[in-house]
Design a protein around this ligand. Structure first.
Ligand SMILES: [Zn+2]
Length: 64
């Protein structure tokens, strides 16, 4: 199942289990030392249940 999670991340899907929404946030989870790509719903869940250290937004706009 770890491979599936990686593939979902590469393809731009939320990496939460069983969720196929488009990933919108890259959330670093220090306790398990990984970055997860998550949709807004699941990103919000993690934000609500943990202390955030940093959030990196994906580039959706090309800055000149
Ligand atoms: Zn999700």
């Amino acid at each position: 199942m770890i491979l599936l999670v990686k593939i979902k991340g590469i393809l731009g899907f939320c990496q939460s289990k069983g969720c196929w929404n488009k990933s919108e946030y890259d959330i670093e989870i220090p306790t398990i030392k990984v970055t997860r790509h998550l949709c807004e719903t699941h990103a919000q869940k993690i934000i609500n249940s943990s202390t955030l250290k940093s959030v990196t937004y994906q580039n959706t706009i090309d800055f000149e």
